[in-house]
Design a protein around this ligand. Structure first.
Ligand code: ADP
Ligand code: MG
Length: 680
């Protein structure tokens, strides 16, 4: 198998000599030239005509052809924003929404946030002036809550449709419905892959507009034997390319921030020893939590004589196009969410990618010239172990959030919702059950007052329930700080390799009294607030100041939302139990009990889990624990853990736990028949 796995590759000479841009040219002239050189440009008129002729159009074109950045501009130029209406373009990833809108605002010569803006969760960079709005698919979903007919939009472009994220799939059903009664609304469904027939079928045989791509041949190399450690293999491959291959940048696909940081560090270390004969290797990471100012670095042209290596998550597969990539290193893995509707457990897993993904990844190297792709797996693995396509997220997710959103949109009949691929009915039932247990739905499946309040928060139902419940425990002040800190993700604490002991000690200061990770996060936030949000304090305590600023932003917004749902700001700083009870009110599905072995077992639907080594309770091992999330690495780990009093479960979630679920087994010889607890 060589390049033949990439079907449809054509070589086009016309691109060989791109016009030289003289230094005298202004940036804006250069940008205008760039726009004209994109594959989509020659089809501008034809495309606009097709959009005029049809209400719904499916648009297919290779990554980098200009769909995301150009089509909204064309529509604007063609008058679709004349009567004050907006053009909305959805992206599955927030980094893409930010980066693409930044590019478009530059091309149009306007300030980001004015005519061109973006909206992602907890960050609205738009204004009254905004006419081209890039947003995550999840944000458009939330806009339906306030504007069910999307009246302020003249065009909705559901971009990157092939990604089939949960939100995109729900949007499909909703926008299809709106298009029926809003004949003036144009709907564009754009995708980077060729299997657009499915989109066309779903949208009542909407015509497909194909933008012919430019692709150069890609030479695909497999390893001859499976690699035991793909991280190491990736590093070696990058260095090999750097030392032996002609100029051209490298793109490495990794599964997440941690992997990227590890490789970044090792590469920096190893290239130091290469000597001055070898060209400089510029390392550029890109992942969802990377600070905005650093995100732009991947697009900076590589200086003459140097080579750039981009360490990216799946975001570089189709969402972002980085010019100049000639070599792709593909370890063949990505992190995906997986959900077991039987147990109700959701976990992030590192999984082999699909063949479709492997082809997309390889294709990234052949955009501006012939490329090479190094797959860190064998041809046999490729043929036999990789699925053809990735399973749509809707079929492997906890649907509680979606069900809550749809219910608050007044869509009660979930079974007959117009899904492109329906979720497993088991998962829908489980979501209804969970929302019922959270008291968001009543026994007839209708939204309760609690549920209505929960739906106002752009958070998972368990987090929003925790917030709503804090009202009763008079600690909303503390709970929104905790919710904000949890929403930032695992980037609060900073642990440099050469100062791990210091960093760990600093972190333990916040855990005094074994208060648990949730309260430790609260302690961090409050201590920072007391220093008047000092940056210096963050440095001294090995805390990432950026993450803290983000937490503060999120917290401000949550505070605003509290007001909207009429929850008073109340504080009870000296009593931890009410705070822990509010956490329990949201997260009682996430509980585990210590076993004799030192491992934990989840209380309902027993499964063996462990406390994550980064937890302040990792050495303490409380008998009962409540956790924020499960992550599977070498083991199934609970992340963000707090000690729990088992009687709280019966007090707070009596319809989910009965006394016999929480009787302490330590007084008995054998653990009780786990998993046989009757469902209440
Ligand atoms: P598509 O959506 O068809 O994949 P895009 O519209 O995203 O294509 O990209 C078109 C071109 O714009 C690409 O050459 C890409 O490199 C460039 N581009 C997109 N975003 C940025 C950015 N933030 N900075 C610099 N160039 C960008
Ligand atoms: Mg795009």
């Amino acid at each position: 198998i060589k390049a033949s796995v990439l079907d449809g590759i054509q070589y086009e000479d016309e691109m060989a000599g791109e016009p030289e841009v003289s230094a005298a040219k202004s940036l804006s002239e250069k940008l205008q030239e760039d726009k004209k050189s994109l594959p989509i440009f020659p089809y501008r008129e034809e495309l606009l005509q097709a959009i005029n002729d049809h209400q719904i159009l499916v648009i297919v074109g290779e990554t980098g052809s200009g769909k995301t950045t150009q089509i909204p501009q064309y529509l604007h130029e063609a008058g679709f924003t004349k009567d004050g209406k907006k053009i909305g373009c959805t992206q599955p990833r927030r980094v893409a929404a930010m980066s693409v809108s930044a590019r478009v605002s530059q091309e149009m010569g306007v300030k980001l946030g004015h005519e061109v803006g973006y909206s992602i969760r907890f960050e609205d960079c738009t204004s009254e002036k905004t006419i081209l709005k890039y947003m995550t698919d999840g944000m458009l979903l939330r806009e339906f809550l306030g504007e069910p007919d999307l009246a302020s939009y003249s065009v909705i472009m559901v971009d990157e449709a092939h990604e089939r994220t949960l939100s995109t799939d729900i949007l499909f059903g909703l926008v299809k419905d709106i298009a029926r009664f809003r004949k003036d609304l144009k709907l564009l469904i754009s995708s980077a892959t060729l299997d657009a027939e499915k989109f066309s079928d779903f949208f009542d045989s909407a015509p497909i507009f194909k933008i012919p791509g430019r692709r150069y041949p890609v030479d695909v190399h497999f390893t001859t034997a499976p690699e035991a450690d793909y991280i190491d293999a990736a590093i070696v491959t990058v260095l090999q390319i750097h030392v032996t291959q002609p100029a051209g940048d490298i793109l490495v696909f990794l599964t997440g921030q941690e992997e990227i940081e590890t490789i970044d560090e090792i590469l920096k270390h190893r290239t130091r020893g290469l000597g001055t004969k070898i060209a400089e290797l510029i390392i550029c990471p890109i992942y969802a939590n990377l600070p905005t100012e650093l995100q732009a670095k991947i697009f900076e042209p590589t200086p003459e004589g140097a080579r750039k290596v981009v360490l990216a998550t799946n975001i570089a597969e189709t969402s972002l196009t980085i010019d100049g990539i000639k070599y792709v290193v593909d370890p063949g893995f990505c992190k995906i969410k997986s959900y077991n509707p039987r147990t109700g457990m959701e976990s992030l897993l590192i999984n082999p990618i699909s063949k479709a993904s492997a082809m997309q990844r390889a294709g990234r190297s052949g955009r501006t010239g012939p490329g090479k792709c190094f797959r860190l797996y064998t041809a046999y693995n490729y043929e036999n172990d990789l699925d053809d396509n990735t399973i749509p997220e809707i079929q492997r997710s906890n649907l509680a959030n979606v069900v809550l959103s749809l219910k608050s949109l007044g869509i009660h009949d979930l079974v007959n919702f117009d899904f492109m691929d329906p979720p497993p009915s088991e998962a829908v039932l489980k979501a209804l059950e969970q929302l019922y247990a959270l008291n968001a739905l009543n026994s007839r499946g209708e939204l309760t007052k609690v549920g209505r309040r929960m739906a106002e928060f752009p958070l998972d139902p368990m987090l929003s329930k925790m917030i709503v419940a804090s009202d009763g425990y008079k600690c909303s002040e503390e709970i929104i700080s905790i919710a904000a800190m949890l929403s930032v993700g695992n980037s609060i604490f900073y642990r440099p390799k050469d100062k791990q002991v210091h960093a760990d000690n600093a972190r333990l200061n916040f855990h005094t009294g074994n208060v648990g990770d949730h309260i430790a996060l609260l302690n961090v936030y409050n201590a920072w607030k007391e220093t008047n949000f000092s940056t210096q304090w963050c440095y001294e305590n090995y805390i990432q100041v950026r993450s803290m600023k983000r937490a503060r932003d999120i917290r401000d917004q949550l505070e605003g939302l509290l007001e909207r749902v009429e929850i008073e700001i109340t504080s009870n700083p000296h009593e931890l139990d009410p705070i822990k009870k509010a956490i329990t009110a949201g997260f009682f599905h996430h509980t585990a009990r210590l076993q004799k072995t030192g491992a934990y077992r989840t209380i309902k639907n027993p499964q063996t889990v462990h406390i994550h080594p980064s937890s302040g309770l990792a050495q303490v091992l409380p008998r009962w624990a409540i956790y924020h999330e499960l992550v599977l690495t070498s083991k199934e780990y609970m992340r963000q853990v707090t000690e729990l009093k088992p009687e709280w479960l019966v007090e707070i979630a009596p319809h989910y736990y009965q006394l016999k679920d929480v009787e302490d087994s330590s007084t008995k010889k054998m653990p009780r028949g786990q998993g046989k607890a009757p469902i209440s």
